[in-house]
Design a protein around this ligand. Sequence first.
Ligand code: GTP
Ligand code: MG
Length: 192
Amino acid sequence: MQVTSAEFTKGIVGTDIILTDGVPEIAFVGRSNVGKSSLINSLVNRNNLVKVGKKPGKTTEINFFTINRGKFYFVDLPGYGYAEASPKQKESIEKLILWYLMYSNASLRKVVLILDVKAGLTAFDEEMVRVLREKGHPYIIVANKVDKLNQKELSAQLRAIKEAAHEATVVPYSAVTTKGARELLQKIFDEA
Ligand SMILES: Nc1nc2c(ncn2[C@@H]2O[C@H](COP(=O)(O)OP(=O)(O)OP(=O)(O)O)[C@@H](O)[C@H]2O)c(=O)[nH]1
Ligand SMILES: [Mg+2]
C-alpha cells in the first residue's frame, strides 16, 4: 500500500468521537526522541507533516493524521521518558498512553513501537510490550536510527532487542535515509 495523502486531523487528550468512527488506526508509540515524528514523515514522504526536533516532551496530545482520504489514521502518541519532564508530567503522559492502548476502544489495526536501536528497550518499553501482548494488539517493533551503527553493532543490537521483546517482529529503520520504509509499510498493512 502506498501512502497517497496525509493530513493532520486532530489532537485528543481523552475520549473523543474520532475513536468511534470505525477508521482503522495505526499507532506510533515510543520514548521521547526516538524519532516517532520523523518516522511518520518518512513513511508519508513529507518533511513537515509532523513537527520534528522541537523541544522534546512538549507533545502532550494524541495526534491523528488522516491517510489516503480516510482509509486509515496514523496516530502519533506523546513520547514517554523525557528526562527533563517533571514526575507529574511523566506520569500524565504514561497514563494517557496506557489509557489509549487499554481502555479507549480505539480501532487499533497495528501498534508500531519505536526504539532507538542503540538504546534498546527501556523499562517502559518493556511495559508497552507487556500491555500490547496482554491486550492482543498486533504490534511491530521498529529499531530506528540504524544509520548510527556499523553492521556488526547493528546485528548485535537487533538480536538483543528481539530477545527482550519475546521474538516480536523487529524492523531495522532509519528515518534519515528511509531505509526500511518499504518493509515497514508492508508489515503495517499486512502485505506479503
Ligand atoms: N541519525 C538519525 N537521527 C534521527 C532519526 N530519526 C530521528 N532522528 C533525530 O532524532 C531527533 C528526534 O526526532 P523526533 O522525530 O522529533 O522524535 P520523537 O520520537 O517524535 O520525539 P518526541 O516528539 O519528543 O516524543 C531529531 O533530532 C531527529 O532529527 C534517524 O533515523 N537517524
Ligand atoms: Mg514527536
